[in-house]
Design a binder for this molecule. Structure first.
Ligand code: ATP
Ligand code: MG
Ligand code: MG
Length: 365
């Protein structure tokens, strides 16, 4: 059989590894930790740093194709991997998703709408931000996730009071959004593009909390979000899966927030509501297998289990009918850490109303 190589030891690597193994592949993982969510389910492991040439070379020599859940592989590391084996998704996509300025620049060229933004390379650029209007948000260009590295600026006084910022930054106008949406789009080696249904996401403390599939929006708007995701995938020559986060603004328009060229937390609902989920689609794409329909057979609500408070609910969730629980095997439940998720599914068209949603799971302790 052939070997799928996955870079990264987290839950996305774990669930990708399970999907690859379901398709009969041998799974080899590169992780900085011998024991991690992904290494626990891999058939074999290289333990080493993601920027260590010796570790990357050892890893690549054991794989037929390389993919990743960890996006911040250095340009040199990527070059090394690409000299040995096909890396999918490849090249430009990873480079732009690592850097918010490169990402926004490229997305603007592609022609999708974004929240108004400016690059802020140093304190001298701060004065220009008044033109964007307030409130605005500053984000570090690299390594940000779960809302880390973000600064919300309500007014010009707050802007003027800022000192010692971690430049370079991106400034964005805060969008008064109706809701946050996302689309998982996958593109195969032969150019086939499939989109899962457009979903609706709610965040708590900057971290994804709940995904509703499908989004409760007009079909035209859902289609428009999928078209935007597909056009980005095509323009970037994506091979693999990508999450596209969008704002449905109060004025009815759609704006892209960011892209993630890998399986994505807002696609976890597919594990129980689609015959072929996001992880299997990703593995199929990077190994050159056919991409079947991304049809959703059920409606779904996905709840993230975050930190020790949510882990305390696990015994009650295990005893709840209709709740499909996925745990990542993380030993330590630090606050804010993603420990698992729960999918609750319903017949199509039977997604519960706002109030009933809260009662789906046992309450947080
Ligand atoms: P992720 O874990 O999704 O990678 P991240 O740290 O890259 O998160 P963003 O997705 O850019 O951060 O922002 C996190 C959340 O902050 C968004 O989902 C949204 O709720 C809010 N947010 C970010 N940018 C804006 C904006 N311009 N206007 C309004 N809300 C925003
Ligand atoms: Mg992000
Ligand atoms: Mg995001």
């Amino acid at each position: 059989g052939s070997t799928v190589g996955i870079i990264g030891g987290g839950q996305l690597g774990r669930m990708s590894a399970v999907a690859a193994s379901k398709l009969g592949f041998h799974v080899h993982v590169l992780s900085t930790e011998a024991s991690s969510p992904a290494t626990e389910v891999a058939a074999s492991v290289t333990v080493g740093a993601y920027d260590d040439p010796a570790a990357l070379e050892d890893f690549a020599s054991r794989c037929d194709v390389v993919t990743f859940e960890f996006e911040n592989i250095s340009a040199e590391g990527l070059g090394l991997l690409e000299r040995h084996r096909p890396v999918r998704p490849a090249g430009e996509i990873l480079r732009i998703s690592q850097d918010r300025i490169a990402e926004k620049t490229r997305l603007s060229e592609i022609g999708v709408r974004l929240a108004p933004w400016r690059a802020v390379n140093g304190p001298e650029d701060l004065v220009e931000l008044e033109m964007l209007g307030f409130p605005l948000i500053l984000k570090t260009t690299r390594f940000g996730y779960d809302g880390k590295g973000q600064f919300r600026i309500p007014d010009v006084e707050a802007l003027e009071a800022l000192t010692d910022l971690p430049y370079p930054l991106v400034a964005e106008k805060m969008i008064d959004f109706e809701r946050e949406l996302s689309v998982m789009v996958v593109r195969g080696l032969d150019g086939t593009v499939r989109c899962f249904d457009t979903v609706e996401n709610r965040h708590r403390n900057g971290i994804l909390d709940v995904t509703l599939a499908p989004a409760r929006i007009m079909p035209d708007l859902a289609r428009q979000a999928q078209d935007m995701a597909a056009s980005i995938a095509e323009a970037l020559g994506l091979v693999g899966i990508m999450g596209v986060e969008l704002f449905h603004a109060a004025d009815g328009s759609l704006m892209v927030n960011e892209i993630a060229p890998r399986p994505h937390n807002s696609g976890h609902w597919t594990m129980d509501a689609c015959l072929v989920d996001q992880f299997e689609m990703h593995v199929r794409a990077v190994t050159g297998l056919p991409l079947p329909s991304a049809r959703r057979h059920s409606d779904a609500v996905m709840h993230n289990l975050i930190g020790p408070k949510d882990m305390a609910r696990v015994p009650a969730i295990l005893a709840t009918d209709g709740a499909s629980i996925h745990l990542y095997g993380k030993v330590e439940a630090r606050p804010g850490r993603k420990m698992g998720h729960v999918n609750t599914i319903f017949p199509r068209g039977a997604l519960p109303g706002e109030l009933a949603l809260e009662g789906l799971l046992p309450p947080r302790c």
